[in-house]
Design a protein around this ligand. Structure first.
Ligand SMILES: NC(=O)c1ccc[n+]([C@@H]2O[C@H](COP(=O)([O-])OP(=O)(O)OC[C@H]3O[C@@H](n4cnc5c(N)ncnc54)[C@H](O)[C@@H]3O)[C@@H](O)[C@H]2O)c1
Length: 429
């Protein structure tokens, strides 16, 4: 089988299928990615992925090729896992990578085959791809949306909450569903549109939970309540659940922001104004500016102030900085005239490509925080949370203000009376 696109989704899909004994060829259009994979280096940071890939390569079940190296082959199953980023002008999903992958399949695959869409595409996309490219062809089309979380993608592949298979051709659906035999998860067989919408609705709901708890956090600040306790109290209700009720600087990453925008756009295009989603987006945008607002409240004019930004990846355990709150926050600090130093254990390489060189980047916390008057926690990496915060008195400059954008540090900071702590939804303590 073939996996087209070797990013976070495609690489995990290819490696896991190979681990289960299938013959898998992973192809990508990106020469750098291809070269590093060919040289045994996994081009992204994803825990457990190198260990999953290695045996597949060794046993010969897994091969990586550049797109241009394959011509006119026969293969029964083709997974598409290319990107579907936002179009810059309206939030719609950009399908150009999908379209070129489908065209490539039509030009190069010689036999009857099932095309399995792992990429996130808006409802109706599968049907229009079938109408435009695949009608009366030798290809069947199955939607099999991906729900993995970066940072635990390998675990999620083997322990999904559900497997969704959207198909018209029931036989093709059965073939795809049989690939997951032995995985303990409900398999939901649907039509293609419903499968596509399940993916968007899931991401939109999770984003809504985050924006909701952030709104409650902002109310907490007005009445001097503690969002952490409020959130615990809400989450203990089994109808609500504990997950995604962590207040902070909002969601980021390569999925939630673009998928929420795309569903909003899609709804508008279908004549429906999805008010809730519009608010989710604007709450999330506002939340990102909170650390800078809190910094100004505490320090006054920020011009010339040294500020450390702790964390660049959009969440811990990934090097993915796509739509990471830290990047926006750094740009806001630069606009205020701050001298910015930032650190991340694995995302510095990716960040160098998007930030001006005046931002000094470090892989560990002490380098970034040295001499800073304030620090903002933007990603709750374990090494930041477990850092010896009592050791900062001599390293930081007064007033040694820590803005905890992820509400992860209070228990560490309160032990050090020389640091000033400001969380989200819990006031100045
Ligand atoms: N990253 C996640 O956590 C996640 C989770 C669930 C679903 N998804 C969805 O899965 C899809 C892929 O996401 P990702 O994060 O893996 O993307 P990614 O950007 O990391 O990887 C996509 C890869 O596809 C390659 N590519 C683009 N066009 C190609 C072509 N014509 N032929 C061959 N390769 C091509 C790119 O070079 C890139 O390596 C997206 O639709 C995304 O929304 C992502």
């Amino acid at each position: 089988m073939l996996v087209i696109g070797l990013g976070y989704v495609g690489l995990v899909q290819a490696a896991a299928l190979a681990e289960r004994g299938h013959e898998v060829t992973g192809i990508d259009i990106d020469l750098d990615k291809y070269n590093s994979l060919r040289n045994g280096r996994v081009s992204i940071y994803e825990p457990d992925l190198p260990e999953l890939i290695k045996p597949g390569l060794k046993k010969g079940h897994l091969t990586f090729l550049h797109l241009s190296e394959i011509k006119e082959i026969s293969v029964p199953l083709i997974f598409i896992a290319v990107g579907t980023p936002s179009l810059p002008f309206n939030g719609n999903a950009d399908l150009s990578q999908i379209q070129s992958a489908i065209q490539w399949i039509k030009d190069n695959i010689r036999n009857n085959a099932v095309i399995v869409m792992k990429s996130t595409v808006l409802p109706g996309t599968g049907q229009s791809l079938i109408n435009k490219y695949l009608k009366d062809s030798r290809f069947s089309y199955v939607s099999n949306p991906e729900f993995l979380r970066e940072g635990q993608a390998v675990y999620d592949w083997y322990h999904p909450d559900r497997i969704v298979i959207g198909c018209q051709d029931q036989e093709a659906g059965k073939v795809v569903s049989s690939l997951y035999n032995g995985i303990k998860a409900p398999v939901l067989i649907t039509d293609i549109n419903s499968a596509e919408l399940i993916k968007y609705a899931s991401n939109a709901f999770l984003a809504t939970k985050i924006s909701f708890i952030n709104e409650i956090a902002n109310v907490c600040e007005l009445i001097d309540a503690d969002i952490e306790l409020v959130s615990e109290g809400i989450g203990l209700d089994s109808r609500i659940g504990k997950s995604f009720l962590k207040a902070g600087i909002g969601y980021g990453g390569s999925c939630f922001p673009k998928d929420v925008r795309a569903l909003d756009y899609f709804s508008s295009m279908n004549g429906y104004s999805f008010e809730l989603l519009k608010s989710v987006i604007s709450v999330n945008n506002r939340q990102r500016s909170l650390p800078v607002k809190k910094l100004k409240e505490a320090l006054g004019d920020l011009n010339g102030k040294k500020v450390a930004v702790l964390g660049l990846a959009f969440k811990p355990n990934t090097d993915d900085i796509r739509e990471a709150p830290a990047i926006d926050i750094i740009n806001m600090l630069l606009n205020e005239g701050c001298e910015v130093r930032a650190c991340d254990p694995v995302a510095v390489g990716n960040t160098k490509k998007v930030l001006p060189s005046e931002v000094k980047l470090f892989e560990s916390l002490p380098g970034a925080i040295g001499g800073a008057q304030a620090a903002i926690l933007t990603t709750e990496w374990e090494e930041f949370v477990n850092f010896d915060w009592t050791s900062l008195n001599d390293i930081m400059s007064p007033p040694r203000l820590i803005i905890d954008g992820r509400n992860a540090l209070r228990h560490c900071i309160v032990q050090n009376p020389d640091l000033k702590y400001v969380g989200i939804g819990r006031g100045i303590k």
